[in-house]
Design a protein around this ligand. Structure first.
Ligand code: SF4
Length: 299
């Protein structure tokens, strides 16, 4: 089967730096043990398993203020998604050493939210409920920020005569967000928009849509919890009009997707380790020769 390796794909600079930092800290004999990661370092099972091998404990859960109550000693790592000021305060109160792996692009959004709140803006934060990044960002100014997923979510807010700013999560779909913002502008012409979708996300989405046009289908390698991986599937389907499927690895490829197809594109979320993507590419390049081994893995 012909494979189009969609480029750029896979680990972004924020994830590369976060993984490197945690490995360094784990190997440093001066680090206070045990080492806990508050949440998953990135939303990918393989990346989390890699840190397990370094003896790093990942605490899974949606609410970081609750998670930190489970840590009474050692070192705590803040993930690339960022944490709220309340979590930082609680880590200090509990006497924990802190390693901050927050992506600089997320920090930039936190700074923006704080400064908008100081200028009395009401902030509509477009993001995904239950994802750690909105939790951290909203925690910068809890009284001023409202999480919305669609323009409709802003319906019940009283925004008349208020200064309103719209800020976006870093890993949303560019097209989806533009639609929501257009609708918000129609209802509230006074809004000011701060598009915080990061460059890594934009480049991966644009490449996937552009390069999918030469493919019969696209396989996105990533974890179901990874927002940016899910958005890659979404933009390929909606913007390029091609079938797209999310797989955690080779074992999740369904041969029925490939029936009658000649060219498959492969991309990966910014939290997907390259070896997992390479395995998928190799399998597809050898397809149908590798079909039997994939079926075995699936069983
Ligand atoms: S996806 Fe963007 S914001 Fe998130 S870690 Fe990567 S570069 Fe940073």
């Amino acid at each position: 089967m012909q494979v189009v390796r969609i480029t750029p794909r896979g680990y972004c600079y924020g994830v590369v730096d976060a993984m490197k930092l945690v490995r360094q800290v784990a190997e440093d004999p001066g680090t206070r043990k045990p080492i806990f990661v508050l949440g998953l370092i990135v939303h990918n099972r393989h990346a989390v398993e890699e840190l397990d091998r370094y003896g790093v404990i990942s605490l899974d859960g949606e609410n970081r203020l609750e998670l930190i109550e489970q840590v009474s000693e050692g070192t705590v790592v803040f993930t690339a998604h960022g944490v709220s000021e309340a979590v930082r305060r609680r880590a200090a109160e509990r006497g924990l050493d802190v390693v901050d792996a927050t992506c600089p692009d997320v920090t930039k959004t936190h700074d923006l939210i704080r400064s908008l709140a100081q200028e009395d803006y009401t902030i509509l934060y477009i993001g995904r409920r239950g994802h750690p990044e909105p939790e951290g960002a909203m925690g910068e100014a809890p009284e001023s920020v409202y999480l919305i997923e669609t323009a409709q979510d802003a319906h019940d807010l009283d925004l008349e005569g208020k200064k309103v700013a719209v800020v976006t999560q870093t890993t949303l779909s560019r097209w989806d967000t533009e639609e929501t913002i257009e609708e918000l502008r129609r209802r509230y012409p006074q809004i000011e928009v701060f598009n915080e979708i990061c460059l890594a996300t934009q480049l991966r989405q644009e490449a996937a849509v552009r390069q999918a046009e030469n493919c019969d289908l696209v396989i996105v390698v990533g974890d179901t919890r990874s927002n940016n991986s899910n958005r890659l599937v979404q933009v390929v389907r909606e913007q390029a009009g091609r079938p797209a499927y999310l797989v955690d690895g080779v074992h999740e490829i369904d041969p029925r997707w490939l029936e009658g197809k000649e060219t498959v594109g492969v991309t990966a979320g910014s939290s997907t380790p390259s070896p997992i993507t390479r395995e998928v590419i190799r399998f597809l390049e050898e397809y149908p020769a590798g079909q039997a081994s994939a079926s075995t893995a699936r069983d």
